[in-house]
Design a protein around this ligand. Structure first.
Ligand SMILES: [Mg+2]
Length: 177
């Protein structure tokens, strides 16, 4: 009798993995706005003022955020009985509607079993750690190198993949097909 196959659970970060950066905005500026200046420990800024939250919301308007096609096409190929797909994004609660809207407009609303965003405004890497544990994911794709290393350190038995322009998702396909 055929052995029952285990469903493999795969998680994806959203920004930098599925959603591209707004065009014409230098990556360094975004990192400056999002992360605390050079510091030994991993820390992300939470925009406290209404103005800053508004600017962030505006910058997440779906037309400003191109889809990362190559990565999305790869995720679509994974969409089978063998895999369960999740989004685990560090995006803060005030970006809930922008996130839903983006996924719907890009026709990706049904590709994922569930979408988790950081509703409690925790530090994003801690939020990801908690959800990855709860979902018991086998694999996770992340574009932030420090976050990826932090998570890999926490979960030795799981596999974390760093996503970048140089290493888009299809680069890792031997792990899946
Ligand atoms: Mg990211």
């Amino acid at each position: 009798m055929e052995e029952e196959r285990k469903i493999i659970r795969i998680g994806f970060d959203l920004d930098g993995v599925i959603v591209g950066k707004p065009p014409l905005v230098p990556k360094g500026l975004i990192e400056f706005l999002v992360k605390k200046p050079a510091n030994a420990s991993l820390h992300f800024r939470f925009p406290k003022s209404c103005l800053e939250q508004y600017v962030r919301k505006l910058s997440h308007f779906y037309l400003f955020r191109p889809p990362l096609r190559q990565n999305i096409n790869f995720i679509k190929k994974l969409n089978s009985k063998k895999y369960e797909l999740y989004i685990v994004s560090g995006r803060y609660s005030f970006l809930t509607s922008e996130t839903d809207c983006w996924l719907k407009k890009r026709g990706l609303g049904n590709l994922f079993k569930a979408v988790f965003i950081n509703l409690g405004n925790e530090q994003p890497h801690l939020f990801k750690e908690r959800i990855i544990k709860e979902l018991n994911l086998d694999y996770f794709f992340e574009d932030d190198e420090e976050t990826k290393e932090y998570l890999q350190e926490r979960f030795k038995e799981k596999k974390f993949f760093l996503v970048s322009k140089k290493f888009p998702l299809p680069f890792y396909e031997n792990n899946f097909f």
